[in-house]
Design a protein around this ligand. Structure first.
Ligand code: ZN
Length: 512
């Protein structure tokens, strides 16, 4: 197995801190194994129900002790063999809650509603009913056994102990630029041998644009990712950072298709720009007041003055969650009557997607830019700028991307619980590769997939268009979450469950 050496150019974490991180990882792994032996092991022997042949993925659900020994002498006695399991672990990923029922199908009372993130055991029994597929499962605590719809449960090979993932806070929806910078600094201290940070530019309002490399920077292959190029979609940054933390934490203990994560990352490095539009994120979270430069505060307020009369939001409250969905009222023009309702300044800045001067970064790339016919002036979204690549964030993204010959491009946006693939103007070969990429991600996340070129009113000029159309690389846009942006934190556990093993899948496919 290739070794990953410490990398130059990383922040300086002391050896003692690195050792602490390693000890934490080992303790976590032991806890996981102990939990299996103490809680689940004995249950397995008597577990009834139809048992399917053991799948390939099941064979190495537990980490191989050798991986830990390779880098540092073992601190604890790690069991030589992992406990035997004859089930697959699934994680629940509904938006709200997943009913588990005595009978397959939608009828009858639910035994209980499982919250997203609940771990289940599945022995392979599946039943079709009413046009849907249902799995016969039991909760890991053994409290409930019954049927759940297959659509909202995702197989998980490496069962992470969430308590070990204590850097990126996923309990509060307001994931700020400052919080992200603190999290990056902590990851660098704790995992100096597996993550690197580079500042690749500065936003208009003076925020640093970070590019993280997870894995071996000199790896033969590379994958490019970015999140939150649209300001209000900052939960995508939170998810991307949580993924970075997860893979750093489980670098030694995690496996996918039995391949250790460390080996996957030695072959393919992930380059992640976790917050491509930090000014837009700040505007969405704090309004114009959040900006440092008075010129840009004025730009935001100017956009509000221009747009407020033609903009009203209609509320729709979800009776189950209490979450409020917003619909923009089409064709609304309050200037005709002089009456409200008007969108308030706070409501307007909260849904801000553009950068600090009202340019939509995802319409500013030099890829079909001339074809974009949306807004004429700076606005909260959809204004493409005066010339292509006018914005420093766009230039930083393109220059950084061009350094490597990336296998593919993954863009994290919010919302829709959907994966878009392909781009207008891409070659047949790139279209097919993008579709293949989307299908592989669909298999892991169970998101629906949609060909962008078949969507009405689609506009180019985005990062994905640039990657597919200009660079000729396959790309997808993962739209996480369902409710309006900014998303509620209640959406996080489901989105985390869907996405947690996506990187491992991409890396495993890259070496197969
Ligand atoms: Zn977006």
């Amino acid at each position: 197995m290739p070794r990953v050496s410490a990398v130059s150019g990383m922040h300086n974490g002391s050896a003692a801190q690195a050792r602490l991180g390693m000890i934490a990882a080992v303790i976590g792994m032991l806890l996981m194994i102990a939990a299996d032996i103490l809680c689940f092991g004995p249950l397995l022997k008597g577990a009834a129900g139809p048992v399917e042949p053991v799948r390939e993925e099941q064979e190495e659900l537990e980490p191989e002790p050798e991986q830990v020994k390779e880098e540092e002498p073992p601190v604890f006695d790690v069991p030589e063999t992992a406990p035997e399991v004859d089930y697959r672990r699934l994680v629940c990923v509904p938006t709200n809650a997943l009913p588990i029922r005595e009978e397959p199908g939608g009828k009858g009372d639910a035994l209980t509603e499982l919250p997203p993130g609940t771990m289940l055991r599945w022995y392979g029994e599946e039943v079709a009913a009413g046009g849907n597929l249902f799995y016969h499962v039991e909760t890991e605590d053994g409290a409930f056994e019954g049927y759940v719809t297959e659509r909202y449960v995702i197989p998980v090979e490496t069962p992470a102990d969430e308590a070990l993932l204590d850097i990126v806070d996923a309990t509060d929806a307001l994931y700020t630029y400052e919080e992200m910078e603190e999290d990056i600094a902590e990851l660098l201290v704790r995992y100096p041998d597996r993550i690197a940070d580079e500042v690749i530019g500065e936003s208009l309002d003076g925020r640093q644009l970070h590019a993280l490399t997870i894995g071996e920077p000199e790896a033969p292959q590379h994958i490019m990712m970015q999140a939150a190029i649209h300001g209000r979609e900052y939960m995508a940054s939170q998810l991307a950072m949580k993924l970075a933390e997860y893979y750093c934490t489980y670098y030694d203990a995690g496996t996918y298709r039995g391949i250790p994560y460390r080996e996957l990352f030695a072959h393919t490095a992930i380059h992640l720009i976790p917050m491509a539009n930090p000014d837009g994120v700040t505007i969405s979270q704090y309004g114009a007041e959040g900006l440092r430069d008075p010129e840009y505060r004025e730009a935001v307020l100017g956009a509000y003055e221009r747009e407020r009369l033609k903009f009203a939001l209609e509320e729709d409250v979800d009776e189950h969650t209490g979450w409020v969905d917003h619909y923009r009222i089409k064709g609304y023009d309050a200037s005709l009557t002089g009456d409200g309702p008007f969108i308030t300044q706070g409501e307007y800045t909260a849904i801000w997607k553009a950068d600090a001067r009202g340019v939509d970064l995802n319409r500013n790339f030099d890829a079909g830019w001339e074809e974009v016919e949306l807004k004429e002036e700076p606005a909260h979204s959809s204004y493409k700028g005066e010339v292509p690549c006018s914005e420093p964030e766009v230039r930083a993204l393109t220059e950084y991307s061009e350094r490597y010959d990336h296998l593919c491009y993954v863009n994290y946006h919010a919302r829709g619980n959907i994966i878009y693939y392909d781009a207008v103007g891409s070659t047949e070969e790139v279209s097919a590769a993008s579709e293949d990429l989307a299908k592989r991600l669909q298999a892991v996340t169970k998101y629906d997939i949609v060909n962008t070129t078949e969507v009405n009113n689609v506009n180019p000029g985005g990062f994905g268009d640039w990657a597919q159309r200009i660079l000729g690389k396959p790309g997808v846009t993962i739209e996480v979450g369902r409710y309006p942006c900014p998303l509620e934190i209640g959406e996080f556990p489901g989105m985390w469950g869907r996405n947690r093993e996506t990187w491992a899948m991409l890396l495993a496919d890259a070496i197969s």
